[in-house]
Design a binder for this molecule. Structure first.
Ligand code: GRF
Length: 193
């Protein structure tokens, strides 16, 4: 567990690849007085990620690394993170798999949000796979990141009921609403606040 050290907020980086709706909800959360975190850095592997706009709107420093040379990009990210004294990394729709070495550098300090009730439906296409299996429920999970995909210790989950005529799109929408509430809750849980 990461320890909170008094009233000072824990510096956090959020990694995104796309829309960044979870990033937005995390920024809103971090701006609350009672929040244990402050977001100091946004990292993206995609210069076209819509979510990068939130960096501009909320005046948070953003950096793009193309990941064509993964180990080079990761080295630069590690430098940035250590330089800024960042103690927590939140993956939020980040579509790259971080290397074992990278993860080792931040053991127990990287969280991810995934749109299924893990350990079910690791990886991609979670909505379609849940529907094809006639699941009654799906949902979302916040977990610690380890070197195996979507397999780290679960922090919190939220169940979502699958309706009769559910489509992958409608299910994704329902789950996303819950993701925005679950990620902040999970962060509070990690820091015992
Ligand atoms: C979310 O469904 C998240 O669970 C998954 O990628 C999606 C990101 O959405 N890992 P957004 O970019 O936060 O809107």
């Amino acid at each position: 567990m990461v320890q909170s050290t008094g009233p000072k907020k824990i510096k956090c980086a959020v990694f995104i690849s796309g829309t960044g709706s979870n990033l937005k909800s995390l920024i809103r959360f971090s701006n609350k007085k009672s929040s244990p975190i402050s977001i100091e850095l946004i990292i993206s592997d995609n210069s076209k990620a819509k979510g990068l706009n939130f960096g501009k709107i909320f005046k948070i420093s953003s950096k793009v690394f193309d990941f064509n040379n993964k180990s080079f990009s990761e080295k630069k990210i590690i430098y940035e993170i250590k330089h800024k004294d960042i103690k927590l990394i939140c993956l939020a729709g980040f579509m790259r798999i971080l290397s074992k070495d990278f993860i080792k550098n931040f053991k127990g300090k990287i969280l991810n949000i995934h749109p299924s009730l893990l350990p079910k439906y690791k990886g991609l296409n979670t909505y379609q796979r849940a529907l094809s299996n006639n699941e009654k429920y799906s949902g979302c999970t916040v977990h610690f990141v380890n070197s195996r995909l979507d397999s780290g210790k679960i922090i919190l989950q939220k169940k979502v009921k699958i309706s009769k005529n559910e489509t992958p799109k409608s299910l994704a929408k329902k789950i996303l609403i819950q993701e925005h509430k679950l990620y902040p809750k999970a962060i509070r849980k990690v820091f015992n606040l």
